[in-house]
Design a protein around this ligand. Structure first.
Ligand code: FAD
Length: 622
């Protein structure tokens, strides 16, 4: 009897195994181009049902595209359809993922009608949402999160509203360096003696305002002391940073705001550090910075830019602060000449009204992604038509429009920054690279101002160039990973990113004459050694001679809007009659007047953190 029972058990097990193998799920994969690289989706289909979806997108931006990678696969399984909503703030990655999922599901034998059927949504309330706090912060990028935390630190209750599905804005995708003179750290880096001449060139300029005279005197004394000690380390000071910011913006920037920015930048670095940001050892020359003072975060928080948003977010939330994502503000509420709140609509269509006892802080960023607004104000370039932007879709100038509506004064709106850029960028530092044109030759000093580089690139090379670096950048500076988290060895595509052991190899891949590229690099290396560059570059810390090499195409894009609402150095907003608007504060790229006609690379993050902190403190202590 026992024998019979065990035979039946074995038969049953075999039958179960057979039935299992008959219903084994069909697994297929497909790939689509995401924001930073390929997004690959693998689906399993069984009996006409989607049983599992997984996605990989190692090059998508952490905290932005990665949200789509995390959230959409389960949403597709739940809905049994790819007609699910894109994840807010991650439209490009979402679209790629949904396209790839659709292709994989079709390949697995499902029919198009069933997998694209509309998804029934749960009914959501569209009743008015009404909340009150001392301070309402509009926008959760670097400036907004700095403001929110400082307002909280000064005893205020705070509400943060963010229109996208995820926080971070421009700041999260920043390159990412924060300019601050930090003598202690700079003392560990050397500087060629001939760069002293660059510092001295600022001392002989005709002062254009009283503060410029003060800064020149300070730098004169500091440089004298530096020379007297026979120092060879990297010279810098807050006063020199101020001079370069003012001169670099063609004397258009507000000297009082520049004074504040450069004095407080280093405190911003220490503050972020206390909150959890970690920095790479070397101070770098970020592209267009005109000096070596960029503090570059490590990739510990996912992307470089994350270090300028997440540390403040973490502290703010740990203190009980709430961020309302999917809340788009569209109107400032004014009562008796005072801003007392802000209204808008959630992505679910519910109206909201946020009352502010003390003040509303606009931290909504710039307007590089608002084609209409940039056309309305652009005075700097013959045309911006057809140009892409480096910015995420969130940079639509909403805060500027809301402020304009209540007669806030706008300054510098015509100054719009263009830069050569690619989402395949490996680094924002210019130290280790050169720019070469379509013939494989250099054409502009790589350490020039951004507006000069942009104009030369448009005139000379149809608005694009190759950025070439060697293994010193790839391994020593970047540890093999781009600033957007791509593995350098793996992300070359032979189309606009080229990677190879030798210069000849990448030249051939890119269709350049290998001999011309080699001659260009040889000439540059000779300039590094002699300190004299026929193209005119002054900052040449390293040769390009250690393979492997990386070269990628950068094209001109709209990058930064220098104009915006006018503020004083406590971040109060001025109206068109030069009077402060009570209850209204602004910080970050929504403001104008700091960077003049040309922002120095690395100064925008400093701006967001410094003025974000000031705005939060001012509003909370009103
Ligand atoms: C690719 C790239 C690289 C960069 N690299 C550097 C660098 O290395 N160094 C440097 O100094 N600068 C860099 N910059 C510039 C710098 O990142 C920005 O100037 C800075 O981050 C702006 O910060 P912010 O907080 O003012 O705006 P953002 O970070 O853009 O934040 C604004 C936030 O407000 C939200 N918002 C907008 N409108 C509304 C509304 N109506 N309601 C609610 N919320 C709203 C947005 O969704 C966004 O989250 C870079 C920019 C880009 C695009």
């Amino acid at each position: 009897m026992k024998k019979m029972q065990s035979l039946v058990s074995v038969l049953l097990a075999v039958m179960m195994l057979c039935s299992l193998s008959f219903s084994l799920a069909e697994e297929t994969s497909a790939t689509a181009q995401g924001f930073g690289g390929d997004v690959t989706v693998t689906v399993q289909v069984e009996d006409g049902k989607i049983v599992s979806v997984t996605a990989e997108g190692p090059s998508e931006t952490q905290g932005v595209g990665s949200n789509a990678i995390d959230q959409l696969p389960q949403a597709i399984v739940d809905a049994q359809s790819v007609a699910v909503d894109a994840v807010g703030g991650a439209t490009v990655t979402s679209t790629a993922l949904l396209e790839a999922a659709k292709e994989a599901l079709l390949a697995a034998g499902l029919d198009e009608e069933s997998i694209t059927k509309p998804v029934e949504k749960e009914a959501v309330s569209t009743d008015l949402i009404e909340l009150t706090a001392d301070v309402v912060v509009v926008g959760a990028g670097g400036a907004g999160m700095s403001a929110a935390l400082e307002a909280q630190n000064h005893g205020a209750s705070v509400i943060v509203i963010e229109k996208m599905g995820a926080i971070g804005g421009n700041t999260l995708v920043a390159g990412s360096a924060l300019n601050a003179a930090q003598p202690a750290k700079q003392a560990t880096q050397t500087m060629p003696a001939d760069r002293i001449a660059t510092v001295e060139s600022f001392l002989v300029l005709e002062p254009q305002c009283e503060l410029m005279k003060v800064w020149q005197n300070e730098v004169r004394d500091e440089l004298e002391a530096y020379k007297n000690t026979g120092a060879t380390y990297l010279f810098d000071s807050a006063a020199f940073h101020k001079l370069q910011t003012y001169v670099g913006g063609d004397y258009v920037g507000d000297p009082e705001l520049i004074d504040m920015l450069c004095d407080k930048a280093i405190e911003g670095v220490y503050w972020l550090e206390e909150l959890g940001a970690t920095w790479k050892n070397e101070i770098v020359s970020v592209y267009g910075s005109t000096w070596t003072r960029g503090h570059n975060p490590t990739m510990d928080l996912g992307t470089a830019g994350a270090s300028f948003v997440y540390p403040q977010r973490n502290a703010y939330e740990a203190n009980g602060g709430v961020i309302y994502t999917g809340y788009r503000a569209n109107k400032l509420i004014v009562e008796n000449g005072e801003v007392v709140g802000v209204s808008g609509e959630t992505t679910d269509g519910a109206p909201f009204l946020m009352h502010a006892n003390k003040g509303v802080i606009l931290a909504t960023g710039g307007f590089s992604a608002n084609v209409e607004l940039r056309e309305e104000y652009n005075e700097q370039w013959p045309t911006l038509e057809g140009l892409k932007t480096t910015n995420p879709a969130s940079s639509t100038g909403d805060g500027i429009l809301m402020a304009r509506e209540i007669d806030a004064n706008l300054v510098g709106m015509g100054w719009i920054q263009l830069i050569p850029y690619t989402h395949n960028a490996a680094t924002a530092s210019i130290d280790g690279g050169i720019y070469v044109d379509k013939e494989g030759k250099r054409f502009i000093p790589e350490d020039e101002r951004r507006d000069v580089i942009a104009a030369a690139t448009i005139d000379h090379n149809d608005g694009w160039f190759y950025w070439l670096v060697d293994d010193k950048t790839i391994t020593d500076e970047l540890n093999g990973i781009t600033i957007y988290g791509q593995v350098i060895k793996e992300y070359a595509n032979g189309v606009d990113v080229f990677y190879g052991e030798t210069l000849a190899d990448i030249a051939t891949q890119a269709g350049l004459d290998p001999e011309v590229l080699q001659a260009t690099v040889d000439e540059y290396n000779a300039s590094v050694l002699s300190g004299v560059d026929p193209v005119g570059r002054k900052n040449m810390p390293q040769t390009i001679d250690r393979g492997p090499y990386l070269m990628y195409i950068d094209e001109i894009m709209v990058h930064h809007t220098m104009g915006g609402v006018q503020i004083d150095d406590n971040c109060h907003v001025y109206d068109v009659n030069g009077k402060v608007i009570p209850g209204l504060y602004a910080c970050g790229e929504v403001t104008g007047g700091i960077h003049g006609s040309n922002r120095l690379g690395g100064n925008a993050i400093a701006d967001a953190v410094v003025f974000g902190r000031i705005a939060g403190t001012s509003a909370a202590t009103r």
